[in-house]
Ligand binder design. Structure first.
Ligand code: NAD
Ligand code: UDP
Length: 328
């Protein structure tokens, strides 16, 4: 049985990846320090014979007993609100954490896939974004802590490949959504759905003309799985190219949920990318992959998930207490 280590396992994407690899017959070791994740996301795997969990901060030395075939490094705050609140931890997990995991991969002769992001393209001047675009990032802006950590992560991963001959894979993930996102992580889908469920107005930042392209989690996980098992070592975009403005998206949510709540406009955060759409030509050709779940289907599943949350969870203003991590 092949063994895979998944970091960020208690998070949104990490927990779905654990499910996928178990379903495909792997032995899965999940690792997380719960800084933005939730134990609840892994509860259903607790007694699974092919799953174990290690609570650990990956910015500290990582020790795993026995052989390891694959590593998926998904530990990192991922929402703009989270990485603004914990900027130093964000930089550390992308740099020191990645370095530790590359070292572990080298020691175990394991193949490693790292989770990069469309944010490496910054506020893109090329549209849609293909893998050969170098990006337009403000290194010292508020999003720089995340964007530059991810760019460093790609650079050190390629260096380990070139210098040590490590088997590496890099996925550039575009906005992905689905069940197990944290309701109050500030990302637009949980934000709008939480507002609908609490009876609040929907908050659009800026005039809502900025665009995003949303990918359902099952499609994302399938793309990542295929990339890991492929023999391609350069970055690959995985996302859904169906682009929409945030204003149209808010209207879609209002229609989907049948609410009569209003839209209110707030200031656009600094360096918020004005447009984003993945060019997935490479993934289609290389992995024979493309997204299958359309937005209406995916949003319905996601909204039904948020509807199952308790009133207490719904009205908590923030689930996460970051105080113990600040300036560590
Ligand atoms: P998430 O916040 O739900 O999950 C991240 C997980 O990493 C959390 O469980 C958190 O506790 C854990 N973590 C953070 N720092 C850690 C550390 N130092 N040690 C151990 N665990 C740590 O976010 P997500 O949406 O699931 O994102 C997962 C990965 O995918 C991230 O690397 C993110 O950059 C990348 N990504 C996600 C998206 C998306 O749309 N969801 C887009 C681009 C990239
Ligand atoms: N956004 C919004 N209202 C919200 C939350 C987000 O209009 O309550 C906007 C945000 O400014 C951005 C887009 O929605 O333009 C997507 O934001 P998200 O935080 O989900 O991810 P990003 O793609 O910016 O990393």
């Amino acid at each position: 049985m092949k063994k895979v280590l998944i970091t960020g396992a208690a998070g949104f994407l990490g927990s779905h990846l654990c499910d996928k690899f178990i379903k495909e017959g792997f032995y899965v070791i999940g690792m997380d320090n719960f800084i933005t994740g939730d134990k609840k996301n892994l509860e259903h795997l607790e007694s699974h014979p092919n799953f174990e969990f290690i609570e650990h901060d990956v910015t500290e030395f990582i020790s795993i007993d026995g052989p390891l075939d694959y590593i998926l490094h998904f530990a990192s705050p991922a929402s703009p609100i989270d990485y603004l609140k914990i900027p130093i931890q964000t930089l550390k997990v992308g740099s020191l954490g990645t370095h530790n995991l590359l070292g572990l991969a080298k020691a175990k002769k394991a193949r490693i896939l790292i989770a990069s992001t469309s944010e490496v393209y910054g506020d893109p001047l090329v549209h849609p974004q293909s893998e050969d675009y170098y990006g337009n990032v403000n290194t010292i802006g508020p999003r720089g802590v995340y964007d530059e950590a991810k760019r460093f992560q790609e650079a050190i991963t390629m260096a380990y490949h070139r210098f040590h001959g490590l088997e590496t894979r890099i996925v550039r993930i575009f906005n992905t959504y689905g069940p197990r996102m944290r309701l109050n992580d500030g990302r637009v889908i949980p934000a709008f759905m939480g507002q609908v469920l609490r009876g609040e107005d929907l908050t659009i930042f800026g005039d809502g003309s900025q665009t995003r392209s949303f990918c359902y989690v099952d499609d994302q996980v399938e793309g990542i799985y295929r990339l890991l098992l492929s023999d391609y070592l350069y970055p690959v975009n995985i996302g859904n190219p169906h682009e929409i403005t945030i204003k149209e998206f808010a209207e879609e949510i209002i229609e989907l949920t049948g609410t009569d709540q209003k839209i209110v406009y707030k200031e656009l955060p600094q360096d918020d990318p004005l447009q984003r759409q993945p060019d997935i030509t490479l993934a289609k050709k290389l992995l024979n992959w493309e997204p299958k779940v359309d937005r209406k289907q995916g949003m319905t599943i996601t909204f039904n998930y948020f509807k199952t949350l308790s009133k207490e969870e719904l009205f908590k203003s923030e689930h996460k207490d970051f105080t113990s991590y600040i300036n560590k």
